[in-house]
Design a protein around this ligand. Structure first.
Ligand SMILES: Cc1cc2nc3c(=O)[nH]c(=O)nc-3n(C[C@H](O)[C@H](O)[C@H](O)COP(=O)(O)OP(=O)(O)OC[C@H]3O[C@@H](n4cnc5c(N)ncnc54)[C@H](O)[C@@H]3O)c2cc1C
Length: 389
């Protein structure tokens, strides 16, 4: 494995960190309180080269590798989790399946506006009665005449749903005589007739990232709106989830790094019994535990990022890495939850107060063990994968 960055890549990450400190970090607390990140974050992150990192240059992207993108995701997450999730749902969860499975016409139509941050995308898999069990999706696309479908159903807990322009909707296709044709992704313009959406849902954390429900009532879509092949939606979703699991591992690294920084600073200035609290061995041990969890998660995440980049560049996709992505996500998100807990503990009463960053990180990080497949589902994937080896 080679984790060496080129000079250009190093410079990009350094300047991107400076950008995030200046343009993203100062708005994180306000976004949490106002329950929305500034809309301008999309365009600013596009200009900084972040939105297009993994996208092809002909659509406005940077054509960078998965490893560099993993490092950049870690940086954004260190400063604002809500920004990471909303922007990631647009350029990643919506944009990357288009990159991998879309036709040239579909890429030309959607990707430039997504990569430039002019439009917002989302991914609609989860429904009120189907979350972990993706195969139970019940939204339906009924074929009415040659090349036309009517799409009906409900999606819930969808990142960006209240504000998005597009959603990649997973639905069960039926032909004219009611025969099942399998799960299929449709690119849906959310301004179409028949689409309504809920208001932004109140959440425990990541409050700046709007989450909502989508209601689809006989929304007209055509053959041109099908992403990839008819009936291949389940496999496409699993491939998308593998990438999402790696990105949630990067998010966890950013959170842990922020927790460690905040805790080092706080424990150096806060005094009890006549000395800085880090001089009490009990507190120093907590810092040591945080550091060990961060380092172990970091090298696991980097190795999976490297493997995914290699596999991708050899045209093998990422399905061969499902077990690795699940294990990495399980380990990093669990560690991140434990680290935020330790950070709050080190801060004492202050850690419980909204004005301290660790309080927000503690609430935000809980999604890591739920979104993109719960920890229990990751364990199923890991055990299936190791038993097959
Ligand atoms: C803030 C937020 C943003 C989200 N964004 C999106 C998005 O953009 N797009 C999208 O499609 N979805 C999104 N989701 C949905 C998310 O992916 C699901 O919540 C998640 O996959 C779990 O599904 P569920 O909530 O239906 O839980 P359930 O599937 O009902 O699970 C409930 C519990 O049962 C356990 N369980 C279920 N099945 C098994 C099993 N076989 N073995 C062991 N345990 C099991 C689970 O681990 C969990 O503990 C988001 C969710 C949140 C909270």
């Amino acid at each position: 494995m080679n984790f060496q960055l080129t000079k250009n890549e190093q410079e990009f990450i350094e300047s991107f960190r400076t950008f995030c400190k200046k343009e993203i970090a100062p708005f994180a607390e306000q976004a949490d309180r106002n329950k929305e990140i500034p809309r301008s974050h999309f365009e600013k992150l596009a200009q900084a080269g972040y939105l297009g990192l993994l996208h092809e240059e002909e659509y406005g992207g940077q054509g960078a590798g998965i490893f560099l993108s993993t490092l950049a995701m870690e940086v954004v997450s260190e400063y604002c989790g809500s920004t990471f999730f909303s922007v990631g749902a647009s350029a990643g969860l919506f944009g990357l399946p288009l990159k991998h499975f879309g036709t040239t016409d579909q890429k030309r139509k959607y990707l430039p506006d997504i990569i430039s941050g002019k439009k917002i995308g989302s991914l609609g898999i989860t429904e009120p009665d189907s979350g972990s069990d993706v195969s139970a999706v019940s939204s339906r696309a009924r074929r009415t005449s040659k090349g036309k479908y009517l799409l009906s159903g409900q999606k819930t807990y969808i990142t960006n749903a209240p504000v998005a322009d597009y959603c990649l909707v997973l639905a069960r296709v039926q032909d004219e005589i009611g025969q099942e044709k399998g799960l299929t992704h449709f690119i849906v313009d959310l301004h179409s007739k028949g689409v309504t959406r809920s208001a932004s849902m109140d959440k425990m954390g990541l409050r700046g990232s709007p989450t909502g429900a989508l209601f689809l009532e006989e929304v007209e879509v055509t053959e041109e709106d099908i992403l990839g092949k008819l009936g291949k939606g389940f496999r496409q979703t699993m491939q998308t989830f593998n990438a999402e699991r790696l990105s949630l591992s990067s998010y966890s690294l950013g959170v842990m790094k922020a927790c460690l920084e905040e805790s080092k600073n706080f424990s150096s200035t806060r005094k009890s019994f006549g000395k800085s609290i880090f001089q009490h061995q009990g507190v120093a041990f907590l810092l040591a535990e945080m550091y060990a969890k961060l380092e172990a998660s970091k090298w696991f995440t980097y190795s999976v990022a490297w493997e995914m980049e290699e596999s991708d560049s050899q045209g093998k996709g990422n399905m061969n890495l499902s077990g690795r992505c699940a294990a990495c996500k399980l380990f990093a998100t669990t560690s991140a939850r434990e680290v935020t807990n330790l950070a709050v503990q080190i801060h004492g009463g202050a850690g419980f107060m909204d004005e301290y960053k660790v309080s927000r990180l503690y609430r935000d990080v809980r999604l890591g063990e739920i979104g993109g497949g719960t920890s229990e589902i990751q364990k199923l994937i890991i055990s299936n994968s190791i038993m097959k080896e």
